[in-house]
Design a protein around this ligand. Structure first.
Ligand SMILES: Cc1cc2nc3c(=O)[nH]c(=O)nc-3n(C[C@H](O)[C@H](O)[C@H](O)COP(=O)(O)OP(=O)(O)OC[C@H]3O[C@@H](n4cnc5c(N)ncnc54)[C@H](O)[C@@H]3O)c2cc1C
Length: 446
């Protein structure tokens, strides 16, 4: 995606149009020092900054554009338990006992979001409830098998309940779904307002935030020096939390990281305001919803903050899906997304789309997150694989624990093996497209 197209899609997000007021953070214009320098003003970087400041360190955050500019300000807002990969991947890599610890951490990540919303009084329309749904009997059977395994090994049935084919219509008024599960501990929120609230919270603790301050070079050593165009930061520790955008903004900063993640574009529409009674009929629990297809649809109703009539109590459907593996934005995006939405909810066939935007997710080969160290004092957090709203918060906590000398939990995640995508930059994408075509075919065949 070219910078211009990227910007256009971002600016047309419903989140940007309904963002809470925020302070204007300055550009770095001096040579300064701090205990820790965090690169990236998204959920992961801000979470690390908050946790490190809580532990008494002086912290600087450098953001290339503005807070929440990346995936954190434009995602589906779904706060979901678990990792992007299945637990079986973690069981295979680390064994069942360690996998149980990882699962427990993902639940801790859900609680952390709520704690922070409360702690910093963030107005981000946070709501509980998530529905995982299967689109046909074969996928329903696979989901049931997964659910039973999760109940057996992880007591998942304490937070979630199975929804049979007879009952599914009561949970979601759509002809598309066969069966599913309801998870009361997962949920959703306005991601940009959450991100802006985290930044405000971090600043209130004394974290120094700089925007329009892209890190262009890093000199490693006992003290690491990070240079921007107009200033520099000397720090004892660095946390790289630049997501897919890190290699784009500064290709020479950490090239070994870029090899382990693949940018995949995913897109979202927001509709015109919809009557709250209609919304309540379509998804009575007002949960976030995600299907189990490999190329999945994810959607939810969100509060409408942008209507002319502020007392209308209307809602907007935020509907995400499609993917692209090239820098090109897919053609007819709004129309094709609207058609997908109408397939799920024929009741919304005549509802207008008011916003269309997209962003990149940073997927790893096995979809497990990729956290670790490049050097004893340079940490990185990446590879959330489209599943980072909650997990980024935990990642920030893990990195703070590691820096504070309690490395066991980050090291557990760092032991999950990761491999480079084959073929270098030019071949990575074709290889992935081939793989994805297979999964899409599998989705189609059921
Ligand atoms: C369209 C979309 C839908 C999604 N939906 C969901 C969902 O519903 N649920 C879910 O759990 N996850 C979802 N995700 C994934 C989730 O948004 C991400 O995993 C998460 O936001 C990643 O946060 P981050 O802080 O790592 O990265 P980002 O939010 O991308 O932040 C990285 C920041 O680093 C900055 N940066 C990069 N390089 C430099 C540099 N050299 N110097 C200074 N700054 C730099 C960038 O400008 C950027 O602001 C979705 C993602 C997208 C794109």
């Amino acid at each position: 995606m070219s910078a211009a197209t990227e910007l256009k899609l971002t600016q047309n997000s419903y989140y940007a149009a309904s963002a809470n007021e925020q302070p204007q953070y300055p550009t770095l214009n001096a040579d300064i020092e701090a205990d820790i320098c965090v690169v990236g003003g998204g959920f992961a970087g801000l979470s690390a900054a908050i946790e490190l400041r809580d532990r008494g360190y002086s912290v600087v955050v450098l953001e290339a554009k503005h807070i929440g500019w990346g995936a954190s300000g434009r995602n589906g807002g779904q706060i979901i338990a678990g990792l992007a990969c299945e637990q079986s991947v973690i069981e295979k890599a680390l064994g069942l006992d360690a996998a149980k610890k990882v699962w427990g951490m993902t639940l801790e990540a859900l609680d952390l979001v709520r704690e922070r919303v409360k702690r910093f009084n963030i107005q981000c329309d946070s709501k509980d409830g998530f529905l995982g749904v299967a689109v046909n009997p074969a996928k329903g059977a696979a989901l049931r098998e997964w659910f039973d395994g999760m109940a057996k090994n992880y007591n998942y049935d304490t937070d979630a309940k199975w929804i049979s084919p007879n009952d599914i219509q009561q949970w979601i008024d759509s002809p598309r779904y066969h069966s599913g599960y309801y998870d009361c501990r997962s949920g959703h929120l306005h991601p940009l307002n959450y991100c802006l609230g985290l930044a405000k919270g971090a600043a209130s603790l004394g974290v120094k935030i700089f925007q329009n301050s892209a890190v262009q070079a890093m000199q490693q050593g006992e003290v690491v020096k990070l240079n921007t165009e107009t200033g520099s930061v000397k720090a004892r520790f660095v946390v790289l939390a630049g997501n897919m955008y890190l290699p784009e903004v500064s290709p020479k900063l950490a090239p070994s990281l870029a090899k382990r993640i693949m940018p995949v574009g995913t897109y979202i529409i927001a509709t015109e305001p919809i009557d709250a009674n209609v919304a309540a009929k379509l998804i009575p629990t007002q949960s976030a919803v995600c299907d189990t297809n490999f190329v999945l649809d994810y959607f939810r109703f969100a509060a409408d903050h942008h209507s002319k009539d502020h007392h209308s109590n209307k809602q907007r459907m935020i509907y995400g899906g499609r993917v692209s593996y090239s820098a090109m934005t897919p053609p007819n995006l709004s129309a094709s997304m609207q058609a997908r939405m109408a397939e799920t909810f024929p009741q919304l066939a005549n509802i207008k789309v008011e916003y269309t935007w997209g962003g990149f997710v940073d997927i790893t080969m096995n979809r497990a997150p990729d956290f670790g160290r490049l050097a004893p004092n340079v940490y990185y957090l990446q590879g959330f694989s489209g599943h980072g709203v909650a997990l980024t918060g935990l990642a920030g906590k893990l990195v703070a624990e590691a820096i504070a000398g309690q490395a066991e939990r980050l090291d557990l995640m760092a032991r999950i093996p990761h491999h480079d995508f084959p073929g270098g930059k030019l071949l990575r994408t074709p290889a992935l497209i081939l793989g994805m075509a297979w999964y899409q075919l599998r989705d189609a065949l059921g």
